[in-house]
Design a protein around this ligand. Structure first.
Ligand code: C2E
Ligand code: MG
Ligand code: MG
Ligand code: MG
Length: 297
């Protein structure tokens, strides 16, 4: 039944459903309810993107990536990809994406008003790339919040779920013309063909964590990372390395002239108030201090 432990549940399931399916049906109903209640239990967390300058030996938080979190009242934190998948299947991804964009843009405005000229990266879901109105909706949001588009980056993945890649490329070009940057996320893990890559108004390429992970042990991975960096440089793109956890990984990447990093070495995804504390305490930062940035997550 839909009532459990006195707390109102918003799901009904039939007897005979497996426990896993019952749980999924419940999560779906809970997520729908949460979105109807203005995002109850949902939070946007932010992970620092850090640029290092070898000459001065300094290190600076230049941006953050918005990463959504769901703290479920009974089940605790639900892994992000799990509930994003649920949202996609349940037709909630549009509402969830809208909520994330509104939250993150509001936080960005607050940081800028506090004097921190930070960049914000937001992940676009394939659903959003299939939405013909995305460009006009985002331009409206920028106008309403007063965000300078030069501080906003959209991250896309090489997804098979983008139905009309030419249409998507055209829409992204409209946004790019407004000053919004575009990043290819998880590069090298998707299906994509370099033709699609070339057709997009890309500014940034993010090296996937899976390639960074074994840089120290595997010569093949070092070769691959070198190749990706050369490709990106040849295309005039900026490079961000994802999932940097150790100084050895950072050192190798710096030798390859990659200077912007995102990973646990520099900070985990954190609450917006922790971002503010980080910016207030740690800017500008000397290398070694930055590496032991306080874990505020
Ligand atoms: P992503 O966009 O590639 O995000 C990076 C993921 O790597 C995040 O996982 C982050 O917490 C994790 N990560 C960052 N640094 C490290 C590290 O040093 N070590 C390890 N082990 N992990 C690290 P998260 O937050 O679980 O997100 C997973 C994926 O879910 C994201 O991959 C993105 O594709 C999607 N996602 C997350 N938030 C959103 C969102 O707000 N909207 C949409 N559409 N997708 C999102
Ligand atoms: Mg991303
Ligand atoms: Mg990524
Ligand atoms: Mg990744």
């Amino acid at each position: 039944e839909a009532k459990r432990q006195g707390r109102q549940r918003y799901c009904l399931y039939e007897t005979g459903m497996s426990v896993a399916i019952q749980n999924r049906v419940c999560l779906e109903a809970d997520l729908r309810h949460s979105l109807q209640c203005g995002g109850d239990g949902l939070e946007v967390y932010y992970q620092p993107q850090v640029s290092t300058d070898l000459k001065s030996g300094t290190c600076k938080v230049t941006g953050v990536e918005a990463l959504v979190r769901w703290f479920h009242p009974d089940q605790g934190q639900i892994p992000t990809l799990d509930f994003i998948n649920i949202a996609e299947d349940a037709g909630l991804i549009g509402a969830l994406s809208d909520w994330i964009f509104r939250e993150a843009c509001t936080d960005l405005v607050n940081w800028h008003q506090s004097g921190f000229k930070l960049h914000l990266s937001i992940n676009l879901s394939p659903h959003q790339l299939n939405n013909d109105n995305l460009a006009s909706e985002l331009i409206q949001l920028l106008e309403r919040t007063g965000i300078d588009p030069n501080y906003l980056t959209l991250e896309i993945t090489e997804s098979v779920d983008v139905k009309d890649t030419r249409k998507a490329a055209k829409m992204l070009s409209q946004l790019s013309a407004r000053g919004i940057s575009l990043a290819m996320d998880d590069f090298g893990t998707g299906y994509s063909n370099l033709g699609y890559l070339k057709s997009l108004p890309l500014d940034i390429l993010k090296i996937d964590r899976s390639f960074v992970k074994q840089i120290e042990d595997k010569e093949e991975d070092r070769k691959l990372v070198r190749g990706i960096i050369n490709l990106a440089r040849g295309m005039g793109l900026k490079i961000i390395a994802e999932g940097v956890e150790t100084e050895e990984q950072m050192n190798f990447l710096q030798e390859q002239k990659c200077h912007t990093f995102q990973g646990y070495l520099f900070g985990r995804p954190m609450h917006k108030l922790s971002v503010l504390a980080l910016l207030a305490n740690a800017e500008p930062n000397v290398f070694n201090e930055a590496i032991s940035l306080p874990d505020l997550s």
